[in-house]
Write a protein that binds this ligand. Structure first.
Ligand SMILES: [Zn+2]
Length: 245
């Protein structure tokens, strides 16, 4: 339907743009996929929308200090997974709301990097309470949807950027995934990348995250898997079948 072939979404992917709320999200939701694509020569770019300064229960760490620590952790994890570029939009952690400004900044990045696939969190996950996840997933979806329309964020064109639509948008942490990727041979590298986010995860927490990938794998006949909802531009508007695709 409407040219959607989830199983082919990452085939021949030359550029992947991952738009994430926090420094650790992509590594947890899609670190295996990122490791695989980068090893195949795909350029992987991470855009992190917030500064990550809110993610602690330790009163001795200030907002600025945590934000700095988490940037370092993300750089270490990016090296392990082969991520080529890290872009920080620096909105305040825990307070992100969907905005035209955020959407338009993402449109500019899509037009600049012209990714084959945009990767992000699923903003329609039932019971998702974190506003940064909802806002980031929504803004990324809007940017993906509008980036080929010339009158939207027209300043880009005046700066020499061209309208562009990536082939697919891929959501992780999705209720109804339509693609499972076998990451059994990549679970160790993914574990190392997740463990680089030391301020966020104890070794016990890492084991729980690995169990989650094991649960996803059991749904698809793999030892460990990551799951994605793959959609294209036509699926993202007045498409009553999109949930079932
Ligand atoms: Zn997050």
């Amino acid at each position: 339907m409407i040219g959607l072939k989830p199983e082919e979404a990452f085939e021949g992917c030359k550029t992947l743009l991952s738009i994430q709320p926090h420094p650790d999200d992509t590594d947890i939701g899609a670190g295996g996929l990122v490791a695989r694509l980068s090893s195949q020569g795909c350029r992987v770019i991470y855009v992190t929308t917030t500064d990550g300064g809110g993610g602690t229960t330790d009163p001795s760490i200030s907002w600025e200090e945590l934000s700095r620590i988490r940037k370092g952790e993300q750089q270490a994890a990016a090296k392990i997974l082969g991520v080529s570029e890290l872009i920080w939009l620096e909105y305040r952690d825990s307070e992100l709301r969907p905005s035209l400004e955020l959407r338009n900044r993402l449109i500019t990045l899509i037009r600049r990097y012209r990714p084959d696939v945009v990767l992000t969190v699923d903003p329609w996950l039932p019971y998702e309470a974190h506003p940064d996840h909802i806002a980031t997933g929504l803004a990324a979806s809007e940017a993906f949807f509008f980036s080929n329309l010339t009158n939207i964020n027209r300043e880009d064109l005046e700066k020499g950027l061209q309208p562009y639509t990536p082939k697919y948008i891929a959501y992780y942490w999705s209720k109804n995934p339509n693609l499972y990727i076998d990451i059994s041979d990549l679970i160790d590298v993914k574990k190392r990348a997740m463990s680089a986010h030391k301020s966020q995860f104890t070794p016990e927490a890492i084991e729980l995250l690995v169990k989650y990938d094991e649960m996803l794998g059991s749904r698809a006949g793999y030892r460990y898997a990551e799951a994605f909802k793959i959609l294209n531009q036509l699926a993202l508007h007045i498409n009553v079948a999109a949930e079932m695709l």
